[in-house]
Structures are given as C-alpha cells and as structure tokens.
Design a protein around this ligand. Structure first.
Ligand SMILES: Nc1nc2c(ncn2[C@@H]2O[C@H](COP(=O)(O)OP(=O)(O)O)[C@@H](O)[C@H]2O)c(=O)[nH]1
Ligand SMILES: [Mg+2]
Length: 235
C-alpha cells in the first residue's frame, strides 16, 4: 500500500470508527496504524474490532499514557519496519485534522517534500480558538521560524505527510522534545537534513469537548526548547 496513516489515540472511542470510515472513503491506497496508550475507554479493542471491516487497520498497543511524542516515534518505527508504505501521514483522531485534507497532503509529499498542514498560509484556517490562543500560536510560529530559520508559517501543527525516505533519514532516537515542541523539532531536523518542506493549507478545528492542554508553562517551555534546538550540535 502507498500510504500509512499513523494515529495516536487516548480515549478516542467516539471518534476512531468515524475517522477510519472517512479515511476509507477517500479512495486512496492506504492503511492505518493506531498507536493506543491503553485508553480506559477501550479505543484499542475498538481498533481491533474495526479490522473485521477494514483489514488494513493495525494496532500498536502501549502499556499506559506515555505521551504524544513518544507515540509518534514508536508509530514511525513501526511504519519503517512493518510497512512498505512510501508515504506516512500523521494525524490526530479528534477531527481537528480533517480527513478530507489527506489527499492534498499526499499529493504534495509525492514530490519528495515533507508536506506540513498549515493554518497560516492562504487558504488555511483555525476554528474554535479565541483571540489569545490564536495570537500565541501564530506568534510562537513566527518566533520559532525566526530563530530556527524554518521555511514555515505554521511550525507546531501535527498534520503532515512524510515521504518514507525523509522519515528514515532522521535519527528518531536523538529527539529531545515532547509536547508541541516535538512537531517543531521534527520539522527542524528534516529541514537541517536538506529536505524540502512545503506547506499545504488546512482548516484546523479544535475539539469541542474536553480541555486544551495548553498552559503558560508549556508556552514558556517552547520558548526555551527553540533555543535548545538552535544551539544543539549535530541537528
Ligand atoms: N497514544 C497517545 N495518544 C495521545 C496521547 N495524548 C494525546 N493523544 C492523542 O493525540 C491526539 C492529539 O491530542 P489532543 O488531546 O487532541 O491534543 P491537542 O489537540 O493538542 O489539545 C489525539 O488523537 C489524542 O487522542 C498520549 O499520551 N498517547
Ligand atoms: Mg486535539
């Protein structure tokens, strides 16, 4: 199959079946890897059940809530070891990342570039965020872009399509960041590795139920992490 979609989940039982159905209807040659952290709501079991209808759904179960960054790292390792997909998509399960945008990311990545879903290029959009959150995200992107020289307007987004070769060229065991900075670091490493990055406009809609994990602490941590990346040797 051409595309593997890696989806980290923690309590996404309400969303996962709808998301898999939406991906199935795109008409692409794709498979799914759900990286589930022992969700108490049974998302992992649900993923296994979905295999009856969609045999291309795979589950990578983990023993507990170990965080989004490490879920992606394990998912990417799995993709490189157990799948022959030439493209690896990463996306959230909560419909903040619209499955309808997958084809445009895939199309951009077929040309060999890391395709980054972007809220801040023409055609991109954010829904369900107040002005404060918007300014923080946009300002953070401008700051990281300036310090790291990244050719991106949206550096923290988590909806991307990786050409296999770009992903395989990164040493995932040397990542230093978790949280939002994980997305920045992956972009930075790809850029420093000489790979092309292209932004594809997406409409990002924040989940309507539940709380955002964004805190002042996370915001300040991100400011520090950007400098840590800039000053790190060998990236
Ligand atoms: N495997 C795994 N998935 C997680 C974890 N935390 C969040 N997720 C998933 O990662 C995606 C983004 O999480 P979300 O809570 O929506 O983050 P936000 O949109 O940045 O506020 C969703 O699909 C979550 O289910 C975790 O610790 N482990
Ligand atoms: Mg979300």
């Amino acid at each position: 199959m051409e595309i593997l979609v890696v989806i980290p989940t923690y309590n996404e039982a309400d969303n996962l079946p709808r998301l898999v159905a939406a991906l199935a209807s795109l008409g692409l040659d794709l498979g799914v890897l759900v990286v589930d952290d022992a969700s108490p709501d049974g998302t992992g079991q649900l993923a296994l059940g979905l295999r009856q209808t969609y045999p291309w759904v795979n589950l990578l179960p983990r023993r507990g809530k170990l965080g989004l960054g490490s879920a992606y790292v394990e998912g990417f390792h799995w993709a490189l070891e157990h799948s022959d997909a030439s493209l690896v998509v990463q996306m959230d399960a909560d419909f903040s990342h619209d499955p309808a945008a997958v084809p445009s990311l895939v199309k951009a990545a077929r040309g060999g570039a890391l395709a980054v879903g972007s809220r801040y290029v023409p055609g991109g959009q954010v829904k369900n965020w107040g002005l404060g959150r918007r300014m923080l995200s946009r300002g953070g992107s401008l700051y990281a872009r300036a310090i790291l020289g990244l050719p991106l307007r949206d550096v923290t987004g988590g909806f991307k399509c990786w050409p296999r070769a770009v992903l395989a060229s990164l040493d995932l065991s040397r990542l230093v960041s978790g949280g939002y900075a994980f997305q920045v670091e992956m972009n930075y490493r790809a850029h420093r590795g000489g790979h092309r990055l292209v932004e594809v406009p997406i409409c990002f809609e924040d989940r309507r139920v539940g709380h955002s994990k964004m805190t002042l602490g996370i915001g300040l941590e991100a400011l520090v992490v950007v400098w840590r990346l800039r000053l790190a040797r060998g990236i």
